[in-house]
Design a protein around this ligand. Structure first.
Ligand code: 2IT
Length: 445
């Protein structure tokens, strides 16, 4: 494999798909050495095949807003790779959604899902629909119109969507309602459902809990305790919420959250009440965190900035791709941070990752750190198939065990000669090998 040639061809074929090309390049560089030790990969053109999604569905979503005006959005489902299981991955409703973002997310999902130890392929979907300021009725009508197109492409054994940014339990409920009406069946076709119709306990918390289990393991692997550590978190949605809950439970101090309007710094750290308040902020549907500083006097709001200038031990970006750049990474390193763990998908830019690895700071890539979300979706699928519900303790124990196994796979494949653990390399290689071997064994399809 020649990464430069492969990238050149891909750039010509998919010009301007910046996020997608970024995600592919990172993985190809990580796996190059291992790839070239496996002549069967080259003979089967695995690299050329694995970087292209199997197919992409694009559809128009027309709906009527509360003023009676017709709105038109674009919907997508990227079915990336199903070599090891049905396509699996979330739906993102966000103004920034393009085919490039969903291709990068589907590509990442393929390796992430392979890491979970569960039989899940990779997929992603969504729309450029912006939920900010929309009423409940508008959200419902949009979800219904979206599913009216999507339902024919998905199924419990084929492709199982879930939530992502802008898609939580409310949206999954509306999507599920329309699906079951059209398909005339009740199956586990979506995950992240409410408990009343097949959801799994711990799924709302799972991405954040899993991320903190992973970080705790990274630290303990170096003989460091999580207790008393300060953590900056970005975002204020479901993922940031789950991470804050578990980090505080482990005795860490979470001192920031953020939104599109700016960030909150609270030197006293978040307690149960403040963490709960994040849900109120989200429910208000205004996409702002400033009211947090009005509600809690110990907190200050900084407009239009990200939380990476705050001196902390650990940073956990929980918002969106490329939210932590090279300058942010240098600032965190200069301030003595020991661990940066991406909880958002591709939260760090390539320059940030280079700076962290060069400084030998612990860096956890999103596809490993945040895999607890989709892993628990996999557990929801299992419970749906068995038509029973596990207890919260059972699900949490399985989630914990999966995160430990992902961590250890990263150590196995990512430990460098000097002893530094390159988690990015480890995650990319471990995920890739599983999918690549399955593709070789299944022939050219
Ligand atoms: O990025 C992700 O892994 C998710 N949004 C969760 C996907 C899922 O199928 O639960």
């Amino acid at each position: 494999m020649n990464v430069a040639n492969l990238m050149m061809n891909l750039e010509q074929r998919h010009p301007g798909e910046v996020e997608y090309l970024q995600a592919v390049k990172e993985v190809l560089i990580s796996i190059e050495e291992v790839y070239n030790l496996h002549p069967e990969f080259e003979a089967n053109k695995i690299a050329e095949r694995i970087v292209e999604p199997d197919r992409i569905f694009t559809f128009k979503v027309a709906w009527v807003d509360d003023k009676g005006e017709i709105q038109v959005n674009i919907g997508y489902r990227v079915q990336f790779n199903n070599a090891i299981g049905p396509y699996k991955g979330g739906l993102r409703f966000h103004a920034s959604v393009t085919v490039s973002t969903l291709k990068f997310l589907g590509f990442e999902q393929t390796f992430k899902n392979a890491l979970t130890t569960l039989p899940l392929g990779g997929g992603k979907g969504g729309s450029d629909f912006n939920p900010r300021g929309k009423s409940d009725g508008e959200i419902m009508r949009f979800c219904q119109a979206f599913m009216l197109e999507l339902w024919q492409y998905i199924g419990p054994q084929t492709d199982v969507p879930a939530g992502d940014i802008g898609v939580g339990a409310r949206e999954i409920g509306y999507l599920y309602g329309m699906y079951r009406k059209l398909a005339r069946e009740n199956t586990g076709v979506l995950t992240g459902k409410s408990m009343g119709f097949g959801g799994s306990l711990i799924r709302p918390e799972a991405t954040g809990f899993g991320a903190v289990y992973f970080v705790k393991r990274m630290l303990e692997n170096q003989g460091i305790s999580m207790e008393g550590k300060t953590i900056s978190v970005s975002g204020f949605g479901n993922v940031a919420w789950g991470a804050a809950l578990k980090a505080v439970e482990f005795g860490a101090k979470v001192v920031t959250i953020s939104g599109p309007d700016g960030f909150i710094y609270d030197p006293e750290g978040l307690d149960a009440e403040k963490i709960e308040y994040m849900l109120d902020l989200r429910a208000s549907n205004n996409d702002v965190v400033e009211p947090f500083a009005e509600r809690f006097p110990s907190a200050t709001f900084t407009k239009g900035a990200k939380p990476w200038s705050v001196k902390v031990d650990i940073a956990m970006p929980c918002a969106i791709q490329n939210e932590l750049n090279g300058d942010d990474a240098k600032m965190l390193i200069d301030n003595g941070a020991i661990c940066i763990a991406e909880v958002s998908n591709m939260g760090c830019t390539p320059e940030a990752i280079d700076a962290l690895i060069e400084a030998r700071v612990m860096y956890g890539p999103g596809k490993a750190v945040n895999a607890g979300g989709v892993a628990t979706s996999g557990l929801e699928m299992t419970q749906n198939a068995m038509k029973l519900n596990w207890t919260a303790e059972e699900v949490d124990a399985k989630l914990h065990q999966i995160m430990m196994s992902i961590h250890d796979a990263c150590v196995e494949y990512g430990t460098e000669a000097g002893g530094y653990i390159n988690y990015m390399k480890g995650a990319n290689i471990a995920g890739f090998i599983k999918v690549a071997k399955s593709m070789v064994e299944q022939g050219v399809v």
